[in-house]
Design a protein around this ligand. Sequence first.
Ligand code: 5GP
Ligand code: ZN
Length: 115
Amino acid sequence: MTVDCLFCKIAAGQIPAVIVYEDEKIIAINDINPAAPVHVLLIPKEHIASLADINEQHSPLLAHIQLIASKLAKDLKITEQGYRLVNNCGIWGGQTVLHLHYHLLGGRELSWPPG
Ligand code: 5GP
Ligand code: ZN
């Protein structure tokens, strides 16, 4: 755990969040400022600053996140209409919390390209 990291604190239970899924590797929570009717953040419990900081050892973790995202999408009933799994990386990518996370967005039609 990295001191003063928001998502490390949420993963450690030190800051409350609406938890929709949790296992030994990741936690999934509702975004506090949802951009769509379904807006879940999938967050590894390990502190990784961004997608720019991953290496081969993270491959099973990243695969696990996608698997759980797919399962959550089914549970949240957004699979039939479709959804988006997004990672914002770095300043131009729009990343505001420097702990790796993926946005699962659904429940409305999403435009492309993103802003
Ligand atoms: P980013 O901009 O880094 O890709 O995404 C960060 C996300 O974290 C944003 O969508 C923002 O609404 C969400 N967020 C920021 N602070 C909190 C918080 O304290 N709790 C929860 N659940 N989400 C947060
Ligand atoms: Zn962290």
